[in-house]
Design a protein around this ligand. Structure first.
Ligand code: NAP
Length: 279
């Protein structure tokens, strides 16, 4: 039987509606409007689109947003000064620097300059550390969205074998940590993994964040697996994931589409982190 498709768009709309209510309540009961500052350095077209989507989502939910569009020649010092100012701006609860940054700016230094309490992307080492020790803190949006998708679809995690392909700091690694925190048995695969298909075939839950179009094919998954495709790859026909949707659809029990899957959850989780930043 063909897999059930997990509708990221529908789930994202549900969460947005909940957030709208929460923002209304914050305004009514505490007189606070959650505020998000986004910093964009340079004019990378993909980054511009992501920033526009974030602005739109804020508007949609009732979050105050401000975008600082800085020229590509902005010095690291100027960027750090702006972050420092935003760290101390009371009506801004979340600060986010759109990545990637121009080469002359050190990403790590910039991320570390954001106050952990305002780091709604969850990339600051303090938040990364908190995730690893199971303490409260901001969790990166894409992996948080994955867990939310599983939970809202009623897919159990505890005791399952989760295999994560990809070990980036924004997707693979935090996804693995979150699954582990929810008591999955976790295997992390990467470019040096020997016999990848052996591992992916063991997965009850397979999370793929590699960045290669249609990389995971039906013969690489177990019958009845839950397949979460994080990949977003532009090919001639449009956007495709890291999973070969057609061949996996027949074998999986649940599968996320691209577009309309994990990507939809990412922005909405950023909104959730921003609302939580008020607390
Ligand atoms: P990344 O930083 O380039 O990491 C890719 C990972 O895949 C690395 O850990 C790499 O292993 C691994 N890998 C590469 N080739 C492999 C192979 N042949 N076999 C097994 N593993 C392999 O990418 P990322 O930032 O995690 O993004 C991954 C994909 O997700 C991209 O398509 C990106 O656009 C998408 N993405 C989507 C969202 C969303 O909101 N939907 C958010 C973030 C990312 P090594 O570590 O050994 O190099």
């Amino acid at each position: 039987m063909a897999a059930q498709i997990i509708d990221g768009k529908k789930l994202a709309q549900q969460i947005k509606a909940e957030l709208r209510e929460e923002v209304e309540r914050l305004k009514r009961e505490r007189g606070i409007t959650p505020g998000l500052a986004v910093i964009l350095v340079g004019d990378d077209p993909a980054s511009r689109t992501y920033v526009r989507n974030k602005e739109r989502a804020c508007r949609d939910i009732g979050i105050f947003s401000q975008v600082h569009r800085l020229p590509a020649e902005t010095s690291q010092e100027q960027l750090l000064e702006l972050i420092e100012e935003l760290n101390h701006t009371d009506h801004i609860h979340g600060v986010l620097v759109q990545l990637p940054l121009p080469e002359h700016i050190d990403e790590r230094t910039v991320i570390q300059a954001i106050k952990p309490e305002k780091d709604v992307d969850g990339f600051h080492p303090v938040n990364v550390g908190n995730l690893h020790i199971g303490a409260p803190g901001f969790v990166p949006c894409t992996p948080r969205g994955i867990i939310e998708m599983l939970d809202r679809t009623g897919i159990p995690i505890k005791g399952k074998h989760a295999v994560v392909v990809g070990r980036s700091n924004i997707a693979g690694k935090p996804a693995a940590m979150l699954l582990l925190a929810r008591h999955a048995t976790v295997t992390i695969c990467h470019s040096r993994t020997v016999d990848l298909a052996y591992h992916t075939r063991q997965a009850d839950i397979l999370v793929v964040a590699v960045g290669r179009p249609r990389f995971i094919t039906g013969d690489m998954i177990k019958e009845g697996a839950v397949v979460i495709d994080v990949g977003v790859n532009r090919v001639d026909e449009g956007l495709v994931g890291d999973v070969d949707f057609d061949s996996c659809l027949e074998k999986a029990s649940y599968i996320t589409p691209v577009p309309g899957g994990v990507g939809r959850m990412t922005v909405v989780m950023l909104m959730k982190n921003t609302v939580e930043a008020v607390r």
